[in-house]
Ligand binder design. Structure first.
Ligand SMILES: [Mg+2]
Length: 371
């Protein structure tokens, strides 16, 4: 197949409620949606779920649009794409910019699977028909509100609770949740908000039987995490630090982590996700799939990769209506009572994209013809 058109959409939708992490508070969510069309008229959708500033990773809405328009699109012009993973070669001159690459690669995967009349999950070797979901709760800063959110999450059937922590909001919320809800599957995510000087916080958290502590130290670090991991028994899960398979290999050799949170957009797409997933599988390291407040389109890719066999923990895949008042897909993601999503069996990502909703919230639409 050859890509004949790439459409880049800056999508901006209000959130149902503000979401706070150690980076800051978000009330409106910006993201970049990508549509590709091939020479036979098949289409595919993808998403580059960037923040509106370089907070989670160095990319922003504008860098994603710029890199796709000025570098990725020209590189694809006239190229025969036999399989989505050939993109890694075609785009290898472009260093970094994983989310821009992922957004386009996702769309090409969707189109490729539709051409084959197969659901995406099956085309990538997924084996599960249902995927487990956990709930991620932002830094609320108010114990009563936190307990209400936990209760609501458990009630909805989410299979584990994760709370975001930062200095000053760490031990007390964990201690309180354990006191109120006992031995529920619980983990914390620091989004790189600590240093080794805070080792006492981790020694204390180590007493609460957490499933894991996610990204406690610097977002680029592997070495300091290996030191911390030696001093605590709670598994360290790396998120931001694992940007590609090389980070996964280096971190494993150093003993920096025991679990990986793979966000397909962070690592540059489905193909890099597969590489990390199978590397981890060979080394007995469990993984799970993380999220970045994706719209229903990005979520479809999370669901597809969460069907892989070495995904051993519940994934950060929340329901469409958790963040968005209105989702961009026809049947919004809704959790079953057992805390799982049923994996769509329709070709491609298996969800119908609502272009009417996309147009209504589109800040900017850029259409590039490669024909
Ligand atoms: Mg995280």
């Amino acid at each position: 197949m050859k890509v004949s058109e790439i459409r880049i959409i800056h999508y901006r939708a209000p959130l149902r409620e503000a979401f706070t992490t150690s980076f800051g508070t978000m009330k409106v969510r910006d993201t970049v949606l990508i549509m590709v069309r091939d020479d036979e008229g098949y289409t595919g959708w993808g998403e580059a779920p960037v923040d509106n500033g370089p907070w989670y990773n160095p990319e922003t809405i504008n860098t994603v649009i710029h890199v796709i328009k000025d570098y990725i699109a020209p590189a694809l012009k006239g190229k025969e794409i036999r399989h989505p993973c050939v993109l890694r070669g075609i785009l290898s001159r472009i260093r970094g910019h994983n989310m821009a690459k992922a957004g386009v690669e996702f769309a090409i995967w969707d189109m490729y699977a539709k051409r084959h009349g197969e659901p995406l999950y099956r085309m990538i070797g997924g084996v599960k028909r249902k995927v487990e979901a956990g709930l991620s709760i932002g830094v609320i800063g108010d114990i009563d509100k936190l307990l209400r959110s936990v209760a609501l999450g458990l009630d909805k059937g989410y299979r584990r609770i994760k709370i975001k922590i930062k200095p000053g909001w760490d031990i007390l919320p964990v201690k309180t949740i354990r006191r109120e809800y006992g031995d529920i599957p619980l983990q914390v995510d620091a989004n790189a908000a600590y240093t080794l000087h805070d080792h006492r916080v981790f020694e204390e958290l180590d007493k609460y039987g957490l499933l894991m502590i996610e990204q406690p130290l610097h977002y680029d670090d592997l070495y300091m995490h290996s030191i911390l991991q030696k001093t605590i028994k709670t598994p360290i899960c790396l998120d931001e630090s694992i940007k590609n398979i090389y980070d996964a290999m280096a971190g494993h050799s150093l003993g920096s982590y025991k679990v990986i949170n793979i966000k397909p957009a962070r690592v540059g797409g489905v193909c890099e996700t597969l590489a990390i997933h199978w590397y981890a599988s060979q080394h007995g390291i469990p993984v799970w799939i993380g999220g970045l407040l994706e719209t229903g389109i990005g979520r479809a890719f999370q669901v597809a990769v969460a069907t892989l066999s070495n995904v051993k923990y519940p994934n950060d895949i929340s329901e469409s209506n958790r963040f968005y008042i209105e989702d961009v897909i026809e049947t919004p993601w809704r959790l079953g009572k057992d805390g799982t999503y049923i994996v769509p069996e329709k070709p491609g990502i298996g969800v119908e994209v609502r272009e009417d909703v996309i147009i209504r919230h589109a800040e900017k639409v850029l259409s590039i013809s490669l024909g």
